[in-house]
Design a protein around this ligand. Structure first.
Ligand SMILES: Cc1ncc(COP(=O)(O)O)c(C=O)c1O
Length: 397
């Protein structure tokens, strides 16, 4: 940032000074310039179900949602979200007072931070973290306190003692993400129970980002934090249609929480976008009511893709931490004799024709994330196979 006003003050608000261009923009530009396969940014290369697209077209044509929808979201979508929470997790949510539709999970996170965090408050988040968390905590004037997930027996694991030790008198909330981007960790029942106990004991709010709730593999199970004792009224649960229905461009997300928390978050949200995605809200209401087979097929398809990419990365000589959830694999580049993921990812497109993202950018403790690189596997199988072939052909072993 070089542009200055006459008073030589930087144009960008100092709270945001550390947040320049995101790594995704840099890596996607590299992908375009080099013609590389972009496994950096996490968007599917296949659109979601035809009937859901048709539902959006119908809504547009019928004039549903073409003008401002209601502030909390259209009743049909709020009802569908509540029905989903009930059917899937046994959580009773009142569609009128306990659901808020947002412009993707991104706005939900921003509104939650702006509503609940004040300058001086500390927000504990699991490191490495999704990049908008740090920016949103900063915009709210809060201080982020990272608790690092560390690789242990093939999985990035939360150290519960470290989490407990991170809580201070200034801690306002725990910002949890499960299934976790970028590590692919799905927090276990025991870990979630310990987080819940801590939140109750220290009277903390919890914001939990569960956008990958339907992408869990093997024996892993997604359990919403709000289902644990004492959590119902202190938890803001965030999800979104982007990942579950492969419509990341529609930006339909939602929050479920107690009426008091919804009211607080809505106070911030109404001055961000007020409302968004009118016709798409109708389509996602229909999507949430798709039969169980849709969700099973999504998971099975993603599992196959995970295994194709994981095998390819292993074949190319990287150590793979096989994810139990999300559509990302975090791989360790040290077996290739490399230690700096940022340099590795900058060179990778020219060297191999594949783009990945260095996980270090999601850490405050950059040194802990240095050897890790994230690859997205929400791409067509032949694309993943070709990426694997290129990585191997680049010849590191
Ligand atoms: C953990 C996590 N939270 C939130 C989001 C943003 O979701 P949306 O596209 O619905 O705003 C993403 C997208 O990558 C994500 O990975």
């Amino acid at each position: 940032m070089t542009a200055m006003t006459s008073s030589a003050r930087p144009l960008l608000n100092r709270r945001l000074a550390e947040f320049g261009t995101t790594i995704f923009a840099e890596m996607s530009a590299l992908a375009v310039r080099t013609g590389a396969i972009n496994l950096g940014q996490g968007f599917p290369d296949t659109d979601g179900p035809e009937e859901v697209r048709e539902a959006a077209v119908r809504a547009l044509r019928d004039g549903r949602g073409n003008q401002y929808p209601p502030g909390p979201g259209i009743p049909e979508l709020r009802t569908a979200v509540a029905a989903h929470q009930q059917r899937r997790y046994g959580l009773s949510v009142d569609p009128d007072t306990e659901v808020l539709v947002t412009a993707g999970a991104t706005e939900a996170i921003a509104a939650a931070m702006l509503a609940l965090v004040e300058p001086g408050d500390e927000v504990i988040a699991l490191e490495p973290y999704y990049d908008s968390y740090a920016a949103c905590v900063a915009m709210a004037g809060g201080t982020r306190v990272p608790v690092t997930l560390r690789p242990h027996e093939g999985r990035f694991r939360l150290d519960l003692d470290e989490l407990r030790d991170a809580v201070t008198d200034r801690t306002r909330l725990l910002l949890i993400n499960t299934p976790h981007n970028p590590t692919g960790t799905v927090l276990t029942r025991e870990e979630l129970a310990a987080i819940a106990e801590l939140a109750v004991e220290r009277d903390l709010l919890v914001v939990t980002d569960e956008v990958y709730e339907h992408l869990v593999f093997d024996d892993a199970e997604h359990i919403p934090l709000a289902t644990f004792p004492g959590m119902r009224d202190r938890t803001v649960t965030i999800s979104s249609a982007g990942k579950t229905f492969s419509f990341t461009g529609w930006k339909v997300g939602w929050i479920t929480a107690s009426p008091a928390l919804i009211t607080a978050v809505r106070s911030a949200k109404q001055f961000l976008t007020y409302v968004s995605a009118g016709p798409f809200q109708y389509a996602i209401a229909e999507a949430l009511a798709l039969p169980e087979s849709y969700f099973e097929d999504l998971r099975a398809d993603m599992l196959t893709k995970r295994d194709v990419l994981a095998a390819g990365l292993e074949d190319a000589g990287l150590t793979v931490h096989r994810p139990s959830g999300t559509y990302f694999i975090t791989a360790d580049i040290r077996p290739l004799g490399e230690t700096d993921g940022i340099a590795f990812c900058r060179a990778l497109p020219e060297r191999t024709g594949v783009v990945a993202v260095p996980t270090a950018v999601f850490y405050d403790h950059r040194e802990l994330g240095a050897p890790f690189v994230r690859f997205a596997f929400c791409k067509k199988k032949p694309v993943l196979e070709e990426a694997a072939r290129r990585l191997k052909a680049a010849g590191t072993r």
